[in-house]
Ligand binder design. Structure first.
Ligand SMILES: NC(=O)c1ccc[n+]([C@@H]2O[C@H](COP(=O)([O-])OP(=O)(O)OC[C@H]3O[C@@H](n4cnc5c(N)ncnc54)[C@H](O)[C@@H]3O)[C@@H](O)[C@H]2O)c1
Length: 340
């Protein structure tokens, strides 16, 4: 199941068994949804998670009761949508994952979700800032390019913002890139790593094939592969035909990101994941947030690595991405200013 890159590596498992006393509460807000349910199940299978708090506006306790029968050690609790239960779900959390909100239907862009999801994320961010200000926050709800700036603005307004602990989850883009390039080259995806930078929607997703194992991919093959990585989410939206977007692959990606943060928190070094974080890389081009390869540490972000050498074609992709990204970021920031 975790062939591509084990969600919980064997090395990590061994490390965990010697430091098993560490308590790690993980909270999922939107736990009863298409992503929330399989994500919560994968987190239940993770030996590093000692407590799982599942909150949703409907169905949290049901999902929790179901998952709680899985015979792993962690304690699972479901929470109903009342303020004191949201507070209880958040208090003491080391990681909070937010997949709450509506998904796309065919023909929609992620930005089309802004109207509904901006206020959902803003309100959950307010609760997280109040009750789990020190948690690492993993924003899955789209449009990630705007919901991450929204969360940052909310945390700033409450005086608890720490850019090291706020992540937009872009892991699915590298998971897809690794799989899709392996299909082109007929290789094992476990051996394929593709750096993907930028944001998490269409043209803001920039795969750096020149830094992959196959820098010579060129011409129409390259164009088709890049397009597939950028718009891979659409394949799922179309195939589901109105029933939503990626949920299972997203749960895999979200669980991998949470596990990487837990491993880094427990002292493992050399843990890298891409993520959409506050970043100095393109701040001078109005992109305060940018996804690139991030080294994780106990505090969350340990180091943001430079993009590295890119070719002319990729420079063009980055230039296109930055324009759209800057507008998405501004839209999120202005939303909170206008609707605090
Ligand atoms: N970051 C990524 O790579 C990525 C990938 C796929 C989907 N997504 C996004 O994730 C989000 C969720 O997708 P899904 O398929 O799980 O949708 P879904 O509709 O199946 O589930 C969403 C869940 O959120 C809950 N919810 C709504 N408002 C809430 C609130 N205020 N508090 C708590 N829970 C609330 C709903 O009750 C539902 O259970 C969408 O915005 C989607 O676009 C992100």
């Amino acid at each position: 199941m975790f062939a591509a890159r084990s969600a919980f590596s064997t090395v990590g498992r061994r490390a965990f068994s010697v430091s098993a006393q560490q308590n790690s509460k993980v909270t999922v807000l939107g736990a009863a949804g298409g992503i929330g349910q399989p994500l919560s199940l994968l987190l239940k299978l993770n030996p590093r998670v000692t407590e799982l708090a599942l909150y949703d506006i409907r169905g949290g306790p049901g999902v929790a009761a179901d998952i709680s029968h899985v015979n792993t050690k962690s304690k699972v609790t479901g929470y109903n949508p009342v303020p004191e239960q949201l507070k209880a779900a958040l208090e003491g959390a080391e990681i909070v994952l937010i997949p709450a909100g509506v998904p796309r239907k065919p023909g929609m862009t992620r930005d089309d979700l802004f109207k509904t999801n901006a206020s959902i994320v803003r309100d959950l961010a307010k609760a997280a800032a109040d009750y789990a200000p020190d948690a690492k926050l993993l924003i899955i709800s789209n449009p990630v390019n705007s919901t991450v700036p929204i969360t940052a603005e909310v945390f700033k307004s409450k005086g608890v913002y720490n850019p090291k602990r706020l992540f937009g989850v872009t892991t699915l883009d590298v998971v897809r890139a690794s799989k899709f390039i392996s299909e082109v080259k007929t290789t094992d995806p476990a051996n394929e790593e593709v750096t993907v930078i930028g944001g998490h929607s269409g043209h803001t997703i920039v795969p750096l094939l020149s830094q992959s194992n196959h820098p010579s991919i060129d011409g129409a093959t390259r164009d088709a592969l890049v397009k597939r990585i950028q718009f891979g989410g659409d394949e799922v939206v179309q195939a589901k035909d109105g029933a939503g977007s990626a949920t299972l692959s997203m749960a895999f990606a979200g669980s991998r990101m949470a596990d990487s943060l837990l491993r880094a928190a427990q002292g493992e070094t050399g843990v890298f994941e891409p993520a959409f974080v506050e970043s100095p890389l393109y701040k001078d081009q109005d992109c305060e947030f940018f996804s690139s390869k991030i080294e994780l540490g106990p505090e969350g972000v340990k180091a943001i690595h430079p993009v590295g050498k890119v070719n002319k074609y990729e420079k063009g992709l980055i230039a296109t991405a930055l324009k759209e990204l800057a507008a998405n970021i501004k839209k999120g920031q202005e939303f909170v200013k206008a609707n605090p």
